[in-house]
Design a binder for this molecule. Structure first.
Ligand SMILES: [Zn+2]
Length: 260
């Protein structure tokens, strides 16, 4: 079935007029969409007949034109900007929250998280403190995966089923710990669509970038040309693994003109 292939979209904080972002370095801001740009994308989806699903719905691969809408980090804009707009368009979404960021400036408070946890919206986990998981020891991984799950579950009083990897970094130890903790899926940021044959523990997602045009957004949602971007992405992953995460980030910061 042509539509049993679903592109998972990965969003972060949204930019609102007069509101300071949680972080300001260029490597962060390139993933931040102004609210108006996000609205234009949702408008395009609706005009084009797409449904917006959360992860649990997407994993059923319903066979109608759909995208899966996800947000990482747990910024306050999930509730105050994304949620009202998604409701307006009738779209569902999964919000992966960094457990240790709850109740800190710019991020969701526990009360706001409970408000966000409502019909059509699903809360997932995005680690405890947002480190690159592939760099961690087993005991550190337990805190970032199992303890983070428990913290969000305690706030919401129900199970949390889905996990996403900070910076998209993961390895087999990360996946083993996520399974052991009871997660039903793990999303990364590998550049590919998912199908019923994909492992639920290696869900690719496409990062939404600030400078993306509607034509580029449309191509992504329709799954056109993903292989070209994937090739570029795979190359950068190989460089990351070769250099190590720290050296890679330093190099990338230098190229993007970030100050350190
Ligand atoms: Zn993140």
């Amino acid at each position: 079935m042509a539509h049993s292939r679903i592109v998972f979209l990965m969003y972060h904080e949204l930019e609102l007029p007069g509101r300071k972002l949680c972080q300001s370095d260029p490597g962060y801001v390139r993933y931040i969409l102004p609210l108006d740009a996000f609205r234009k994308q949702m408008q395009w989806l609706r005009d084009s007949g797409f449904r917006g699903l959360h992860v649990s719905e997407a994993l059923a691969y319903p066979g109608v034109p759909s995208v899966c809408i996800t947000f990482d980090d747990g910024c306050e804009t999930d509730l105050i900007a994304a949620a009202p707009l998604l409701r307006e368009f009738g779209f569902h979404a999964t919000f992966y929250v960094t457990a240790g960021f709850l109740d800190t400036s710019g991020y969701l408070s526990t009360q706001q998280l409970r408000e966000l946890d409502s019909p059509g919206f699903e809360i997932g986990c995005h680690s405890m403190t947002h480190p690159y998981l592939s760099d961690l020891s087993d005991s550190e991984l337990k805190r970032e995966i199992a303890d983070a799950k428990l913290k969000i579950e305690q706030a919401l009083s129900h199970p949390i089923d889905h996990f996403s990897c900070p910076g998209g970094r993961y390895n087999q130890r990360v996946l083993a710990q996520a399974k052991q903790a009871g997660f039903k899926s793990v999303a990364n940021s590998e550049f590919h669509a998912n199908t019923a044959r994909s492992s639920a523990y290696e869900l690719g997602r496409i990062a939404m970038l600030r400078d993306m045009t509607i034509a580029q957004f449309a191509a992504i949602c329709q799954g056109r040309g993903l292989w070209k971007k994937r090739l570029r992405h795979t190359t950068s992953r190989v460089i990351q693994r070769t250099l190590g995460n720290r050296t890679y980030d330093h190099l990338r910061a230098t190229i993007l003109g970030e100050s350190h």
